[in-house]
Design a protein around this ligand. Structure first.
Ligand code: C5P
Length: 216
């Protein structure tokens, strides 16, 4: 039996997978990697250098330089960086470089929770648990608006919704590693569910798998 335990969490932007991943990593004492930050780091490097986002060789160089231990969420979480990340994420050569780093991370004991778009399908197809976390675009847009307003910002609901729909289309429509649930993923629709309920639902699925694994 393998010595690591891997939980793969995929889903569109704003579905709550990041919070869920953090809660599960804490609860099961696993390492945590938000793979979106790796694509964001590449996009951020190109933006800093003033290079176009379709400069594939510069994106490859930036991808090679990504250090998983040095991903700075406070710099990378900007909305524009997320939008730019989805543009560099269409390039297969950039994905290959980042996926290799992500797989190495997952292999380290005691295992990890990874969240992204292609974890269950491409990065860790043999993950012990695969969750696909989703919610309607309207619910995700409303959550984002609440988040912005909670820190004193202002934004327009329809603009946020249009951004979310555009990002979904780009992530689901790309040729390499499009966002889709793995055939063996458990679906968690958080449209009508608070994060605590999603956490409890995920724990039930994981505890069941752990019990079966211990019996084996
Ligand atoms: O999850 P986050 O919003 O940080 O991801 C930013 C972008 O990075 C996504 O819209 C997607 O295009 C890309 N991404 C990806 N594969 C992953 C994680 C993120 O293509 N595993």
């Amino acid at each position: 039996m393998s010595t690591t335990f891997t939980i793969a969490i995929d889903g569109p932007a704003g579905a709550g997978k990041g919070t869920l991943a953090r809660r599960l990593a804490d609860h099961y004492r696993l390492n945590l990697l938000d793979t979106g930050l790796t694509y964001r780091a590449v996009a951020h490097a190109l933006l800093q250098l003033g290079l176009p986002l379709d400069n594939v060789s510069a994106a490859e160089t930036a991808a090679r330089q990504v250090d998983l231990a040095k991903l700075d969420r406070s710099v990378l979480s900007a909305h524009a960086v997320g939008e730019a990340a989805s543009k560099v994420a269409v390039f297969p050569s950039v994905r290959r470089i980042l996926v290799e780093k992500q797989r190495d991370f997952a292999k380290a004991p005691p295992g990890a929770v990874l969240d992204g778009r292609d974890i269950g399908t491409v990065v860790c197809p043999d993950a012990d648990i695969k969750l696909y976390v989703t919610a309607t675009a309207e619910v995700r847009a409303k959550r984002r608006l609440d988040e912005i307003e909670s820190i004193g910002g202002t934004a327009n609901f329809n603009e946020i919704l249009a951004d979310i729909v555009r990002r979904d289309e780009r992530d689901m429509g790309r040729a390499d590693s499009p966002l889709k649930p793995a055939a063996d993923a458990h679906l968690l629709d958080t449209s009508q569910m608070a994060i605590e309920a999603a956490f409890l639902a995920a724990r039930a699925i994981i505890d069941d798998a752990l019990a079966k694994r211990n019996e084996a």
